[in-house]
Unconditional design. Structure first.
Length: 196
């Protein structure tokens, strides 16, 4: 089994790279998807989050009001770290469980961990190689605005709240510049796989 960690800041294109790898036969483990699963009403992470932030961050159906929560944490380093700590612990457990299940089933192909925040424990320590996807900030802002319906100020704030791209690059075994079209990106990914 070969485990590739794909990471990068919001709007850089890491999920697109992961989707291309999936088309090429990889098993993709998406940390954002797991994060949504572990924060469903009644789940342990949901209980911890509501215990810390209060019931006012819930929608009438008891799901987290992600927009309200995002506004709270993006203006407070302490709250952001607390939220990340609660969610990361659960997400990392799930990632490890899925990898162990694949191993137990005898899977010996490529596994991709699609992770927005490259934590040491549960990502850097279990991947064989780290691919970082980068893109000029202006293009990232445009993508985030188009995808999420955010205004420019919110998109910029979201990008600023994350690690700077230079910090991602320092962790990389491979840096993928993603400021062309999808076909160009496909060729880059295929070339990386062929050369590794």
């Amino acid at each position: 089994m070969r485990i590739i960690g794909v990471t990068g800041g919001i709007g850089a294109g890491k999920s697109t790279v992961s989707a291309i790898l999936k088309e090429m036969g990889a098993e993709v483990i998406d940390a954002d998807q797991i994060s949504r699963k572990v924060t469903q009403p009644g789940e342990p992470a949901w209980k911890e989050i509501t215990g810390y932030f209060g019931q006012e961050i819930l929608l009438p159906d008891k799901n987290l009001d992600r927009k309200k929560l995002a506004r709270l944490v993006f203006n407070s380093e302490e709250k952001r770290r607390k939220l990340e700590k609660i969610i990361h612990a659960r997400v990392i457990d799930e990632i490890k469980d899925r990898i162990n299940t694949l191993r137990a089933e005898g899977y010996d192909g490529m596994v991709v961990l699609d992770v927005p925040i490259p934590v040491r424990n549960g990502f850097l320590d279990i991947v064989d190689t780290v691919w970082v996807v980068v893109c000029p900030d202006e293009e990232r802002i445009r993508r985030v605005m188009a995808r999420s319906g955010m205004d420019r100020a919110d998109a910029e704030s979201r990008i600023r709240s994350q690690l700077p791209q230079e910090d991602y690059i320092r962790l990389a075994d491979v840096v993928i510049e993603n400021h062309g079209d999808l076909e160009t990106l496909r060729h880059k990914v295929a070339g990386l796989l062929a050369g590794s």
